[in-house]
Design a binder for this molecule. Structure first.
Ligand code: EPZ
Length: 419
């Protein structure tokens, strides 16, 4: 498949108002969960992104009837007749393994190929396996397939060694089909975990405590279909905030949840960016002269690892030395060499990047090595002098809904051309 690239003419100030799309990481958990209903679900405010399109293909391959108009999806799970999604689809995204607990709940059996997703370091699944086996599943991962079987699923206490998003989702999705109560200790607290819990509860499940580190699930099906609107995308909101700050811009982001953005807002304020929050909007204004800061990524409500890359791009031109510590993934600094080719001065030691702010970046050809690295390249391209050419745009389209188009509406000059 021929790829596309972005040509960014840098130095344009972003101005105006833009609406944020629905949350990717909420969508990719909620869409598989809809299969647990005994009747159709309608999910609103979905982002029109490649990961959602791949999920639709996977659901259809399993026998579900799915309609999607770019925002609203209707999933009819009553015709699902397979517990094995095709490998060529499953390997294209991380969240395909959320189908394992869902199909296990329906068929007491699932065969889901090992998930793909961004190459940002070790992405272990041992905690998912622990969650599912503790609830009564037998899991075998030989041959690159997560092969799960069970005779009966029983609620239990699951202590996660780390607050993994994926393991929390998979254990919740197993627990709703189990008999009795499951308690997940050290659960992830991300907004998309809360959104999944709210969706499951709207289907008749009983999930309590999501958003804290202890989630209690009283299991038991059947669940029914539901009509649900998913939350706005926290990371798209943050990317737009960073892009506005990077261009000395004046941007109002609408349809957002400001409380999801506190970690980023606090850091931008520290850098000298003006931020105003009101109901569902965030106003970001900057004069482009920003101070260096230190950032440490953590699970929610800490600074999200998914904003580490665009934030580092912004820090390349902030006055002074910044220190960025990546605590979640062990290889999420690969894109730094691309920023260096644009004139950034960055030294990476283990999981820490030390960034000496420079006066300017200069456009050149760079590659988006993964989704958020792509966002970092866009931020760098927007603030650089001259033209930046970004290859690997498919990574960006996996998780952002027409980011080039949205930024152009704010005054950016980004052209999408065949590679
Ligand atoms: C989710 O990935 C997100 N993906 C990621 O978003 C996000 O970066 C990440 O959470 C952290 O917030 C989706 O929601 C689809 P984890 P996930 O399980 O679930 C270790 C983006 O750009 N770990 O919380 O894969 C693991 O190795 C993407 O939108 C174990 O050791 O993340 C990693 O170092 C990229 N054992 C850390 O925990 C396990 O069993 C966090 O992983 C599970 C995880």
């Amino acid at each position: 498949m021929a790829g596309e690239k972005f040509l960014i003419h840098g130095g344009m100030r972003l101005e105006g108002q833009i609406a944020v799309s629905g949350g990717k990481n909420a969508a990719v958990a909620i869409i598989p969960a809809a299969l647990l209903g005994s009747s159709p679900s309608v999910i609103e405010n979905l982002p029109d992104i490649e990961d959602v399109h791949v999920l639709i293909e996977m659901l259809r391959a399993l026998g579900a009837r799915v309609e999607f108009n770019g925002s609203v999806m209707r999933v009819d799970p009553t015709t699902v007749d397979s517990y094995a999604p095709p490998a060529h689809l499953a390997q294209r995204m991380r969240a395909s393994y959320y189908l394992a607990p869902v199909l296990l709940g329906i068929f007491m059996r699932a065969e889901v190929p090992m998930p793909g997703g961004c190459n940002i370091g070790t992405r272990a699944i041992d905690q998912t396996i622990k969650g599912m086996t503790t609830l009564g599943a037998r899991v075998d991962t030989l041959g690159g397939v997560i092969d799960v079987k069970s005779d009966s699923l029983l609620g239990a206490e699951v202590y996660l060694d780390c607050p993994s998003v994926g393991a929390t989702v998979n254990t919740m999705l197993t627990a709703v089909s189990a008999t009795g109560t499951t308690i997940i200790y050290n659960a992830a607290k991300e907004p998309h975990i809360v959104d999944l819990a709210n969706f499951l509860n709207s289907m008749g499940a009983r999930v309590m405590g999501a958003g804290t580190s202890i989630i209690r699930i009283r299991g038991g099906r059947p669940l029914h279909g539901s009509n649900y609107t998913i939350i706005p995308d926290q990371i798209e909101t943050g990317t737009l905030m960073i892009a506005a700050a990077a261009t000395g811009g004046d941007v109002i982001i609408t349809g957002a949840i400001p409380t999801h953005m506190e970690a980023l807002s606090a850091k931008l304020l520290e850098m000298g960016v003006y931020i105003r929050e009101e109901d569902d909007l965030i106003h970001v204004r900057s004069n482009g002269r920003l101070r260096a800061i230190s950032v440490k990524t953590q699970g929610y409500p800490g600074f999200p690892t998914d904003l580490q890359q665009p934030m580092t791009a912004l820090l390349t031109v902030s006055t002074g030395s910044s220190v960025v510590t990546e605590n979640i993934f062990d290889s999420r600094f690969k894109y730094v060499s691309e920023l260096e080719r644009m004139g950034a001065r960055i030294r990476v030691i283990d999981n820490t990047a030390i960034i000496e702010g420079v006066d300017r970046l200069v456009g050149t050809s760079v590659h988006a090595t993964d989704l958020r690295a792509g966002a970092a390249m866009i931020v760098a391209g927007l603030l650089a002098e001259g033209e930046t050419v970004i290859s690997g745009v498919a990574h960006i389209d996996r998780g952002y809904e027409r980011l080039d188009h949205k930024l152009n509406l704010l005054g950016a000059m980004i052209e999408r051309v065949p590679e």
